[in-house]
Design a protein. Structure first.
Lengths: 131, 552
């Protein structure tokens, strides 16, 4: 993994408006992160080059471009080859988590999430990868 | 709200969250209706693969969001539906009538879940729950009684059986309190609330708490009053003066009926999706399950999980279910555990053969959740009853002498292996013969029952309480050294001595003596028994109503 300075900028992608609002606010206000929230994989690909996030938080199931496809495309962008990616998805089956990790994701955060602990969950994943 | 968290919460965040949660609640019915009509279409074969994918995404989204906005059971129900739908997502043609029925049943429970009141949108954070939910809710009793003296007397009696009692004088106060916490039962004195007592009052009392048992107390025993109480939804009716023992017996059974120890079901299934499906359905019904994929890990799982029922696929890698059933039946401990086979097998002869070889029931896939839960529940219930008869003392319900011996062997071996302390306490009721001679055997039996109930309630669930014989009881205190055991038993001794036992309108108090012996001072069951017995003898000789530790 890349050398970890501190985690500051998060690019967050989710197609659901309300969930996006809650997660963005939770990350900004509880976690004090700088967050760019996108409503689709396409929008995330557009924003990525200029924003250069420290971490990408990706919803898995989205219409048109899903999370795994978005991840694959990000890997092809400048600065995207090594960026840590964390998936967020509704818990369904254990083997799905394993498959998502196989795609190169750092970890998977289960939905529904608790807004109050979302930031600390991400920090734990980040610190784990750094150590 | 955020007081015990690391990061302070911005109040505007909470306000936004609340607003979004309200919005979510408002939109939920429309979302469900849409899912409903899409699923209907899918089940009648009128949906394309694209429709099904959209449907899947909608359900998935509910699963992933509802809990965040205060609808945890909607998340759970959506998850169940999603799991069941996934196999058909890319192949709508395989969605036949039978599968459709199962999906629609899951939709139904999703709709029901959506009708439950919304929790705080922060409910994901258990710390934010009302303080009252932190105390063991299962033993909290709401008492409605206008007579303070009567209420105080009932409270003190119930408290000695480890119930916490909250007293209300007015039905309205009680209703208001129900909003904040759920008691294990409501006891209402009908006479003192006569003017308030009506079907509506009870409906109001139980608003949103329809599973809370209600016990009515009344000075009148005539049928009319009883009928009214029963029609109003009362679970039990006692005429005054109330016999505490009977009331506590009833409370125990009503409270336990709601929260029995969860059933343990072992699922033997090699297809992960199926296994996950069964586990989910069982978990949703409060049944604990453990999954093993094949025969290799089965024996280990039997010992570790100690299942009360085994759900087993008929066709497993390397062997068949009926072969495996025979293997399980070779183990003494699982000779009578119910085994339920699962299969797509429709050949009746084969089903019969499988049952003959050690199975108890045969379920044909696909299995509806309600069907699975009902088979599991009835089988395990009966299995438990049988085991209780086999292993427990019929008067007190405690484990019997032979089971106690077994348990002592197990606990002693464990303590020695783990190098942990363990204590054995032998309890003997003082002057029990005089109780029997003076008041008769029914009263003596009541004292025995009271003591056993008292011990069971006051000790940890990890402790074993058994009737050793006659008026002698034994307690195995795991992880307790001599001093801890002495303190625990001495508190019990003092508290028990203050409990009045009814005896034909009269009441009597009874004491007991205790002898304690411990590991590591003793290293075998035989030594422990001899030492505890000697200590008990010493306690009796020194004047009874005391605790003596071996060597002390």
């Amino acid at each position: 993994m890349t050398s970890h300075a501190s985690l500051q900028k998060i690019l967050y992608v989710d197609d659901e408006r309300d969930i996006r609002t809650v997660a963005r606010m939770a990350l900004e206000m509880v976690g004090k992160f700088t967050v760019k929230a996108c409503s689709s994989g396409g929008e995330a690909l557009d924003e990525f080059p200029a924003f250069q996030p420290d971490l990408v938080l990706l919803d898995v199931m989205m219409p048109e471009m899903d999370g795994p496809t978005t991840l694959e495309r990000i890997r092809g962008l400048s600065g995207g080859a090594q960026v840590p990616v964390v998936f967020m998805t509704a818990k369904v089956q254990p083997h799905e988590v394993a498959e998502l990790k196989k795609l190169g994701a750092l970890d998977v955060i289960p939905k529904p999430f608790d807004p109050m602990t979302l930031s600390s969950a991400i920090r734990t994943i980040w610190d784990g990868a750094a150590g | 709200m955020a007081g015990d968290r690391d990061s302070p919460t911005d109040s505007s965040f909470e306000a936004t969250l609340r607003a979004l949660a309200a919005n979510y609640a408002a939109e939920l019915p429309a979302k469900l209706a849409e899912i409903g009509s899409m699923l209907d279409a899918a089940c009648t074969g009128a949906a394309s693969a694209a429709d099904l994918q959209l449907l899947h995404r909608q359900i998935h989204s509910l699963n992933g969001s509802a809990k965040t906005f205060g609808f945890p059971s909607v998340s759970d129900a959506a998850r169940k539906l999603e799991l069941a739908l996934v196999p058909y997502r890319d192949a709508p043609a395989t969605l036949d009538r039978e599968a459709g029925t199962a999906l629609l049943a899951l939709l139904e429970s999703l709709m029901v879940a959506a009708e439950r009141p919304q929790e705080s949108a922060m409910a994901g954070a258990p710390k934010a729950a009302p303080a009252a939910s932190q105390q063991p809710v299962s033993r909290l009793i709401f008492l409605l009684d206008k007579d303070d003296k009567e209420a105080a007397s009932l409270t003190s009696q119930l408290t000695s059986f480890a119930y916490a009692v909250r007293h209300f004088r007015e039905a309205q106060e009680l209703v208001a309190a129900l909003g904040a916490e759920t008691p294990a039962a409501i006891i209402a004195d009908i006479d003192s609330i006569e003017e308030q007592f009506s079907g509506e009052t009870v409906t109001e009392l139980r608003q949103g708490n329809s599973s809370v048992p209600m016990i009515f107390l009344s000075g009148r025993g005539e049928l009319g009053a009883r009928l009214r109480a029963a029609r109003a939804g009362g679970d039990a009716y006692f005429t005054k003066p109330v016999k505490t023992g009977q009331l506590v017996d009833r409370l125990d059974s009503l409270v336990n009926r709601i929260k029995p120890e969860p059933y343990r079901v072992l699922v033997v299934e090699d297809a992960p999706a199926q296994a996950e499906y069964f586990a989910t359905v069982l978990t949703q019904s409060g049944i604990r399950s453990s999954v093993v994929a094949g025969p290799e890990t089965l024996l280990e799982a039997l010992n570790d999980f100690n299942p009360e029922l085994i759900l087993m696929d008929m066709y497993l890698p390397g062997c068949t279910g009926d072969e495996l059933a025979r293997v399980i039946r070779q183990t003494d401990a699982f000779m009578s555990v119910p085994i339920v086979f699962l299969s797509v097998e429709r050949d009746f002869d084969r089903q019969l053969t499988a049952m003959f070889k050690g199975g108890d029931e045969f379920l044909t896939k696909p299995i509806l959740p309600a069907q699975l839960v009902s088979v599991v529940t009835t089988r395990v219930e009966r299995y438990r009853e049988l085991r209780t008869l086999m292993l427990h003392d019929s008067l007190t319900g405690l484990v019997n002498h032979s089971r106690l011996q077994q348990q002592m062997e197990i606990e002693t071996a464990r303590a020695l292996r783990q190098r942990h302390p363990m204590s054995l306490a032998m309890i003997d009721i003082d002057h029990f013969k005089q109780v029997n001679d003076r008041y008769g055997h029914p009263v003596g039996d009541r004292v025995l029952k009271n003591l056993s109930r008292f011990l069971r309630q006051r000790l940890r669930t990890s402790d074993v309480v058994g009737r050793y014989g006659g008026e002698e009881f034994a307690v195995i205190l795991s992880d307790a050294d001599q001093n801890t055991a002495r303190t625990v038993m001495d508190t019990l001794r003092t508290d028990f001595a203050s409990i009045p036992h009814e005896a034909d309108g009269d009441s009597l108090k009874v004491t007991f003596s205790v002898g304690i012996a411990s590991v590591p001072q003793h290293a075998s069951v035989r030594e422990l028994l001899v030492a505890a017995d000697q200590a008990l003898y010493k306690a009796k000789r020194e004047g009874r109503n005391r605790v003596v530790v071996d060597g002390g």
